[in-house]
Design a binder for this molecule. Structure first.
Ligand SMILES: [Zn+2]
Length: 137
């Protein structure tokens, strides 16, 4: 399985790891699997750096328009499941969605936060996504 390493400041990595704990049941399904997290001490005045080793989830999108109807619905269901796991993504742009062999995954939880989803009628992120994906109401 191909892997990628995301290099980021340690404090950002700690935040993403907090979110990963909520999302671990969706790993490999809705979000990439996580295979390791490393913290490197800062040296010579550099900030401490973190590295998240994740499953390669496929090519990221340039636009939601590249998805067919089924993939659009799949992405919406994926984000719904992420919300059910009490995480709001916070930056659902095409560059944070990957497509591999028709499977859709959501990436990059650096802007995410704890979320108690009250369903689409009362959830701004789901409503915005539905509009962005041009899904019928
Ligand atoms: Zn929600």
């Amino acid at each position: 399985m191909p892997l990628v390493a995301k290099i980021l400041p340690t404090e950002c990595m700690d935040h993403e790891l907090e979110m990963w704990k909520k999302l671990c049941a969706l790993a490999g399904i809705c979000v990439p699997g996580l295979f390791g997290a490393y913290s490197l001490e800062g040296q010579n005045g550099c900030e401490p750096t973190g590295a998240l080793v994740q499953q390669y989830a496929g090519k990221t999108l340039s636009s939601f328009d590249t998805l067919d109807d089924q993939q659009r619905l799949e992405l919406y269901r994926t984000v719904t499941r992420i919300h059910e796991a009490h995480v709001e993504h916070g930056d659902l742009s095409p560059r944070n969605v990957a497509l591999d062999n028709g499977r859709v995954m959501v990436l990059d939880f650096s802007h995410s936060s704890h979320h108690e989803c009250e369903g689409e009628a009362n959830c701004a992120e789901l409503r915005l996504l539905r509009r962005g994906l041009k899904l019928s109401v």
